[in-house]
Design a protein around this ligand. Structure first.
Ligand code: ADP
Ligand code: ZN
Length: 623
């Protein structure tokens, strides 16, 4: 067997994705690797395929029990002998797994890092050869990151204690240079092949909105997504509870997830979501690490997250199977304050010195500023995401809310000068001013705050009174995103001029802006966004195959997508295979799954085609 046939026979895919093959070949030739791939790119295949080919078993180190169990279920379903060891296993089950490993019946053994140095595990490694240690979510090693797991630091000691050092393969979706360096150093990787694959996820549509009423905006998105499965992320436990109960009262099928719930409720809700018996998961960021449900059609952020890293990871849980999916961020400037509060109140990592803690906090604020920039953008969102992660990309993607908006490019130099000089005037008075207040002053608003601060006497008061509030806010947003203004997230989100502003104020630089032609009405906007580039499949057949999949899922008590992903169901609808051979050509169907489910799905498709040809008679026609 070679990597290609393993991929086809067990995973049912005919081609490797970007980066996978190079990493696999390097592993098989005995070299260490560090794979940096965005969520959903297919990291697991990179160690699961070579695990089938190496001499000796593969130990996969993974941070979460739910993640391990999920992966093991999916592997078993594909015919790959896999098992996991973690603290939730009863002693008997634990020893049963150890016996199986000793008997040579297991290829991939998943383990929590805390297991590695236990006596039973070390004893095991003396009698069984380990060919590879794969470290999943390897950024958990880094103390600078949010997901630091002290247990990960024991991996090196574990490696040192092994009779023979195996290949070490590390994987993460975090691309920042300091985290990468940490991983290489702390794992002691030996001249690893370091491979970063493209961060672009073409099937994801990026949308940012600044709704007046968030909940209403959420409802209109969810109505559009009827029948689809998705996640709504909220910034706090309280918001999660509130949004979840409102949605249920409004007739949606939603469950909640956050760290304040009992473990029993958490796992019950998670299971319901994974098995598709609940459609919407409302959750804090506690939910999702290791959830690789492949048919998540949308991820809506009810609040702005703390960083682009966090956002890309959470939003990236949409569309993992390659189907079109949407990532919506509902932004309000108030979110900045909430995030500042979270940064300030974070008790942090006890192992850090005062100095290190300050550095971490400063980095937190920098990350928050980048997030605010993204939310203020009227230029291509995908371009900005990729730029942030160090990739160059075209300035127009055609599949984000900026690129999809009807815009006009206008010369906004004069308005920009007025905005910038207003910031200057307010700063001259020693006052802090955020976007809201700045716009109020420019529009000549008569508010209590303006009276209290005596701002109606600055020379720029009322200079842009003819512009609608929304448009003015957009212009300020553009000036922020282009770097003429900076937002000091550590100081009440106050705005300040940057060096770039000087030539504009002097009249030496022109400022062009693309602005919405008119404020799109909600309905028109919905129509626009509803034009999803879905694969044209027969919806009836799709629903029928879905129900069949659900029956298998319920019978085997497995998440539905472990049986077939939505992408596979769609491909079945498009290809309509008539026999096993044709079925094997469908992406996501390998030999093992063909044997298990092939007949049932072939029969369902055949029945459907027959009915389509000979429409069923209605009772009245029988005589
Ligand atoms: P990651 O761990 O990088 O977030 P996964 O390993 O969970 O991503 O893979 C995401 C999805 O992509 C899974 O449904 C997986 O089966 C699918 N996938 C992986 N490799 C391929 C491939 N070569 N062709 C098609 N689909 C693939
Ligand atoms: Zn775009």
């Amino acid at each position: 067997m070679n990597p290609q046939t393993v991929l086809q026979d067990y995973f049912g895919y005919s081609r490797f994705r970007e980066g996978q093959e190079a990493l696999i070949r390097h592993i098989l030739s005995g070299g260490d690797v560090l794979g940096i791939m965005p969520t959903g790119a297919g990291k697991s295949v990179c160690y699961q395929v070579p695990a089938m080919l190496l001499t000796g078993i593969t130990v996969v180190i993974s941070p979460l029990i739910s993640l391990m169990e999920d992966q093991v279920a999916a592997l078993q379903e594909a015919g790959v002998p896999a098992a996991c060891l973690h603290s939730n296993l009863e002693q008997q089950a634990y020893f049963a797994v150890l016996d199986k490993v000793r008997a040579g019946d297991i290829r991939l053994l998943y383990a929590a890092p805390e297991r590695l140095l236990t006596d039973s595990f070390l004893a095991l490694t003396e009698s069984v050869a380990i060919g590879m240690v794969a470290v999943d979510e390897a950024h958990c090693l880094s103390q600078w990151g949010q997901d630091f797991r002290p247990g990960y630091l024991t991996i090196v000691e574990f490696l040192e204690r092994l009779p023979r050092r195996p290949v070490v393969a590390a994987f993460t979706a975090t691309a920042t240079a300091d985290v990468r360096a940490d991983i290489k150093r702390l794992l002691g990787l030996r001249e690893p092949l370091e491979l970063v694959t493209g961060f672009d996820r073409k099937n994801l549509r990026w949308i940012v909105e600044r709704p007046q009423k968030r909940y209403d905006a959420l409802l209109s998105h969810l109505r559009r997504m009827k029948g689809k499965s998705g996640i709504v992320y909220c910034i706090s436990r309280r918001a999660t509870d509130e949004v979840c109960s409102k949605l249920n009262a409004d007739g949606f099928s939603a469950a909640r997830y956050h760290a304040g719930l009992t473990p029993a409720e958490r796992s019950q809700n998670q299971d319901a979501f994974l098995r598709d018996s609940v459609q919407i998961m409302v959750a804090t960021n506690a939910f999702g690490m290791g959830i690789d449900k492949s048919n998540v059609s949308f991820v809506i952020h009810y609040n702005m997250p703390k960083s682009m890293e966090a956002y890309y990871q959470e939003a990236g849980r949409a569309g993992r199977d390659g189907s079109p999916a949407e990532c919506v961020l509902l932004y309000s400037p108030q979110d900045i304050r909430t995030n500042q509060f979270l940064i300030e109140s974070d008790s942090g990592n006890d192992r850090l010195t005062e100095e290190q803690r300050r550095t971490v906090k400063q980095k937190d604020y920098e990350r928050l500023s980048a997030m605010v920039r993204y939310c203020s953008l009227t230029d291509c969102l995908r371009h900005e995401i990729l730029r942030y992660f160090g990739e160059s990309a075209p300035t127009h993607c055609g599949n984000c809310s900026s690129c999809l908006a009807d815009t006009d490019v206008i010369d906004a130099t004069v308005a920009a000068q007025k905005i910038l000089s207003c910031v200057y005037r307010i700063a001259q008075r020693g006052l802090n001013c955020g976007t809201r207040l700045l716009c109020d002053v420019l529009r000549g608003k008569d508010s209590k705050q303006i009276a209290a601060l005596n701002l109606s006497t600055v020379s720029t008061y009322g200079l842009l009174g003819d512009l609608p509030q929304k448009q003015l806010e957009q212009m300020v947003g553009i000036l922020i995103s282009r770097g003429y203004l900076s937002v000091n997230t550590a100081e009440y989100s106050s705005l300040a001029l940057t060096a770039k502003a000087a030539p504009v104020l002097r009249g030496a630089e022109q400022v062009m802006m693309s602005l919405p032609r008119r404020t799109l009405t909600e309905a028109a906007r919905e129509r626009k966004l509803a034009e999803m580039p879905e694969f044209a499949v027969d919806e009836d057949l799709f629903q029928r195959l879905r129900r069949l999949r659900e029956r298998f899922a319920a019978r085997e008590y497995k998440p539905a997508y472990v049986i077939f992903s939505d992408a596979t169901l769609r491909a079945l609808c498009a290809h309509r295979p008539r026999n096993s051979e044709e079925m094997l050509a469908v992406p996501g169907i390998g030999k093992y799954k063909l044997e298990k489910y092939g007949d049932a799905f072939l029969r369902a498709i055949a029945e459907y085609e027959q009915e389509a040809r000979a429409p069923r008679k209605t009772p009245g026609e029988t005589h």
